[in-house]
Design a protein around this ligand. Structure first.
Ligand code: DLZ
Length: 171
């Protein structure tokens, strides 16, 4: 298991693009709020650390993780973000509700990313229990919010690179 081997938030900071001209939306689920707020702090601080300006980071909350795709879609239409980062935590219970939510979020975000040509980042913890979630929200396996921010910056840079290349071709 990958998480048994390393802190998932460790990365080479020198390889991350400068985010000072990037616009981000962060959508945070209110379920399991201690966890999702920790994910949010990790995400926000990482964007700032790599140069993003506070006024270019737009945050909204949605009731639960199932609402992350629609929240993300609405944010995409409001602020023209270079990346939309979705943060949530679904913990397995006695039924298989978690499968339905996780699948809906994964397929919703993946579909929108491809259809809209814009990065929608999957920062969703899908754990068997609360301890596993805490371990991944600032605990012994790092913070998934940090990873989501790094992925958002890298994909935003890729999107911007595409725009620049189109302009320089000169058609
Ligand atoms: C209903 C529900 C349950 C049981 N568990 C979670 C959870 O662990 N994490 C989460 O983010 N949301 C959960 N929800 C709420 C759903 O995501 C959704 O908000 C409701 O089903 C309303 O659409």
């Amino acid at each position: 298991m990958a998480s048994a081997l390393s802190n998932l938030s460790q990365y080479d900071e020198t390889t991350i693009p400068d985010a000072s001209d990037m616009i981000f939306s962060i959508v945070v689920s209110e379920w399991n709020p201690d966890i999702t707020h920790a994910l949010y702090e990790g995400c926000y601080d990482t964007l700032i650390k790599h140069g993003a300006k506070p006024e270019n980071i737009h945050t909204t909350q949605v009731p639960g993780s199932f609402e992350l795709p629609i929240g993300a879609r609405l944010m995409a239409g409001q602020h023209n973000p270079d990346a939309i980062i979705c943060l949530g935590c679904v913990i397995k219970g006695e039924t298989n509700h978690d499968d339905y939510i996780n699948q809906a979020v994964a397929s919703g975000l993946a579909s929108m990313a491809v259809m809209m040509g814009r990065p929608f980042i999957f920062g969703l913890l899908t754990t068997f229990n609360e301890e596993q979630a805490r371990d991944r929200a600032g605990g012994k396996y790092g913070n998934k919010g940090v990873e989501a921010a790094v992925t958002g910056i890298r994909m935003a840079a890729l999107k911007k690179q595409g725009k620049t290349e189109k302009k320089t071709i000169g058609f």
